[in-house]
Design a protein around this ligand. Structure first.
Ligand SMILES: *Cc1c(COP(=O)(O)O)cnc(C)c1O
Length: 401
């Protein structure tokens, strides 16, 4: 987005503020669908947890997307945004049977990721079609915090448990209509992904009543220059061919499903903060912004490197800065970062702030969560108000002490 537009939004709505570019979201959605245009039936289910604002969900509904949800609340949010239950897949981990039954009652596609719940659900509701989440034990990416398909992962039913799984399905006569995997957040190597897909195809052969195969997500987008990004076009080409071939041998055209979050919204987002203080110490120059890990925790939690641009002075001479927040705890956004010269009151834009940024924000230090703005049809639309003091007190009960 243009720096002048972002500066105007910061001036109009205050800081800190999240801004999302609807055009970029649409672009990414089209890019992914085009990459898989050779597949007869393709379904993209946007992963709500990446960015769950209801107006963003409505945008996805308009694009023809479905939703991937991980809690009953996300299911409810999706229904409220206008999605039909059959456009929503419920892919939780470690939730109660009761929560899964609640989602099934709402009519959404159930995805079960452990044998205990599968057996109970199948016994009670043999007629409700169920997708199963497989753990192919493939290590995607290098960071175990965001790789969820490996051997120690809590996600999915291990492929080594397929015999037990089949026994449950046979005994309960339940209807398995989908097979699913989600190997982790970073697909760096397409061959690794294709290898995991082969495991999924092998598993799929065991079930005669499938409607879809869901390959999850893990599409990597660049955060900084030099980052590898998933080559969607190459993946689309190779996986489509293999998928069509599989459908032929399976004897039925299945739906190929994905559930991307980051790929669709990460680069559409900008987090705008104001510099409160420029603080020179004996070792560094700190730029202290009016935010912290209460608003954007990815750099501290995952070591993510969000590019930071001084949009108030983007052509200025570059200097080295440590960009930190105002939280009373170490909250370093970036160390030794080359940024054009920063003065107090300048607006710094954090890039890739669409996915897992606002949705992971908290009220730590009793600070307000930021406002959110959607840039749509060349206009700024406020899609979430900044919190107020009432929000901090909301649900607190003041007793007589
Ligand atoms: C979080 C999640 C996704 C989205 O992952 P991205 O890396 O953001 O694309 C997809 N599927 C499931 C089951 C998830 O939990």
């Amino acid at each position: 987005m243009e720096h002048t537009t972002l500066l105007q939004i910061a001036a109009d709505y205050g800081s800190p503020v999240y801004v999302y570019d609807a055009e970029k979201i649409k672009f990414q959605y089209k890019r992914l669908t085009s990459a898989f245009s050779k597949v007869k039936k393709l379904k993209l289910n946007y992963a709500v947890k990446a960015l769950s604002n209801i107006s963003v969900l409505k945008l996805f509904n308009q694009l023809g997307s479905g939703l991937d949800t991980v809690s009953i609340q996300e299911v409810q949010l999706g229904l409220k945004a206008g999605f039909k239950p059959e456009q929503i897949i419920f892919t939780p981990n470690g939730v109660s049977l009761a929560e899964i039954e609640k989602a099934a009652k709402l009519g959404v596609q159930i995805n079960i990721d452990n044998l205990s719940v599968l057996e109970q659900f199948g016994t009670k509701h043999p007629k409700i079609p169920v997708c199963i989440r497989i753990n192919p034990h493939v290590m995607a990416g290098g960071n175990t915090n965001i790789s969820v398909g490996h051997i120690d992962s809590k996600f999915g039913i291990s492929i080594h448990q397929i015999p037990h799984l089949l026994r449950i399905v046979e005994n309960t006569k339940m209807n398995i209509n989908g097979i699913h995997m989600h190997t982790g957040s970073d697909i760096l190597d397409i061959d690794v992904f294709l290898y995991a897909s082969e495991i999924l195809f092998d598993t799929a052969k065991n079930f005669k009543t499938l409607d879809f195969i869901d390959f999850g997500s893990g599409f990597k987008v660049p955060y900084k220059t030099g980052d590898i990004e998933t080559n969607i076009e190459e993946l689309g080409d190779k996986l489509s061919k293999r998928f069509n071939q599989f459908c032929k041998s399976y004897g039925k055209p299945l739906t190929l499903a994905f559930e991307p979050g980051k790929f669709l919204v990460s680069e559409a987002g900008y987090f705008l903060t104001k510099v409160n203080v420029v603080k020179q110490t004996t070792s560094t120059v700190f730029a202290q912004v009016d935010s912290g890990f209460n608003h954007l925790i990815r750099p501290m939690l995952y070591g993510s490197q969000h590019e930071i641009v001084n949009i108030s002075n983007s052509k200025g001479r570059e200097r080295f800065y440590s960009v930190v927040g105002y939280i009373c705890e170490t909250d370093t956004f970036a160390n030794n970062r080359r940024i054009s010269e920063i003065k107090e009151d300048d607006i710094l834009a954090f890039k890739n702030a669409g996915a897992y940024c606002y949705s992971m924000a908290s009220n730590y230090n009793s600070r307000y969560r930021p406002a959110e703005v959607l840039w749509l049809n060349k206009k700024a639309h406020l899609i979430r108000k900044r919190e107020t003091f009432d929000d901090i007190l909301n649900n607190q009960i003041e007793i007589t002490i």
